[in-house]
Design a protein around this ligand. Structure first.
Ligand SMILES: [Zn+2]
Length: 88
């Protein structure tokens, strides 16, 4: 999960001195600061009993379990969440 975030991270070179890194939203491809992005799991995990179950589950599903996670900005995450609710 943190790996997904590491991959989307780069050094921030903008004006805000307090900000060291920025993260790219996997959806809109824009760059955001740490507090504005969320790590989202692409696969709904509602059927899993606990987080301990997720690793073998993902490894079975995708060779690189990493792909199951993506970094999204709050806006895209909200859109995705709303979409998922509608589908239910
Ligand atoms: Zn976005």
């Amino acid at each position: 999960m943190m790996e997904a975030k590491k991959l989307a991270k780069r050094d921030y070179k903008g004006a805000n001195k307090k900000q060291k890194f920025e993260y790219q939203c996997n959806h809109c491809k824009k760059w955001f600061k740490d507090s504005e992005v969320q790590v989202d799991h692409k696969i709904p995990v509602g059927s899993l009993l606990s987080w301990e179950d997720i690793t073998p589950f993902l490894q079975k599903l995708i060779p690189e379990g990493l792909d199951a996670f993506q970094v999204l900005c709050k806006e895209c995450h909200q859109v995705k969440t709303n979409k998922e609710r509608e589908e239910r």
